[in-house]
Design a protein around this ligand. Structure first.
Ligand code: PTJ
Length: 243
């Protein structure tokens, strides 16, 4: 029982949710470690959406809205934390939602797809094949899904698939609290924000951006600028951290 007046209530509820989902097999045990790393970076940005993250979220919306075939890739952590937010984003931008796992078993794929469906997501299914040039199981995807996508949103990723998708000519949007990660550095656009804050901001922007705003956002994409701003925003807070 987590008391609702606990100062870290939200964070503890999220941990509890992830632990429950890990026991069921939806979240990989390694996903708990990944979450801890994310939490540490979230502390550094002050557990809020920074200015640079908001710019990245609006730009992500612009990319999704103008994509020919946008795909949202979902892993165990993202499904456990943000199935509702994925469903809302899918409604706003019409993207395919496809499950793609690092610690892949058919059982986990099925559980995650069912969880997403419970939250109203229209899950892209069909026969998965080893289509991406990767030696691990993230290579498995669907020919008419991620393989044919022009824009792929990858929340909480490990770097080499992101790099591979970029090398295949795709526009990759990463959500990663660590601005130093390989994923963050190799994506076309990185959102340095917590996934449950980032997805609603993207959805909100999808519903509100004008055509000229979309055009402007896309013409000024500069991932190095976004990452250096994220690092600057983190370090700028540190001198005042104990005040
Ligand atoms: O479900 P699977 O089998 O596909 O496995 C998923 C994990 C997350 C275990 C796998 O992709 C993995 O090992 O990821 P990494 O390499 O640990 O990378 C995860 C990244 O996401 C790290 O850079 C974290 O800082 C970041 N991260 C963790 N939690 C969040 C986050 N970013 C945004 N929001 C979070 N809640």
């Amino acid at each position: 029982m987590i008391p609702d007046d606990h100062p870290r209530f939200r964070s503890l509820v999220i941990r509890e949710r992830l632990a429950e989902c890990a026991k069921k097999g939806i979240v990989a045990w390694e996903g708990l470690i990944a979450h801890g790393r994310g939490e540490a970076f979230d502390y550094l940005i002050g557990e809020r959406t920074t200015r640079s993250a908001l710019l990245a979220e609006r730009t992500a919306a612009a990319l999704l809205m103008t994509a020919r075939h946008p795909v949202i890739s979902v892993n165990g952590n993202t499904a456990a934390l943000a199935a509702h937010e994925i469903s809302e984003l899918q409604k706003a931008c019409g993207a395919c939602v496809e499950v793609n796992l690092f610690h892949r078993t058919e059982g986990r794929v099925e559980m995650i797809e069912n969880l997403l469906r419970d939250f109203g997501v229209d899950v892209f299914i069909g026969e998965a094949e080893r289509l991406l040039p990767l030696s691990h199981d993230r290579a498995w995807c669907r020919r008419n899904g991620m393989f044919s996508a022009d824009v792929v949103l990858v929340p909480l990723e490990d770097g080499d698939r992101c790099e591979t998708l970029v090398n295949m000519g795709k526009t990759v949007i990463a959500i990663d609290l660590n601005p130093l990660s390989r994923t963050a550095r190799s994506a076309t656009l990185t959102i340095v924000d917590e996934v449950t804050r980032a997805l609603p901001q993207i959805t909100h922007a999808c519903l509100g951006l004008s055509d000229s705003e979309i055009e402007n956002l896309i013409s000024f994409i500069d991932n190095n600028y976004l990452l250096s701003e994220a690092i600057r925003e983190m370090t700028a807070r540190l001198p005042d951290a104990l005040d």
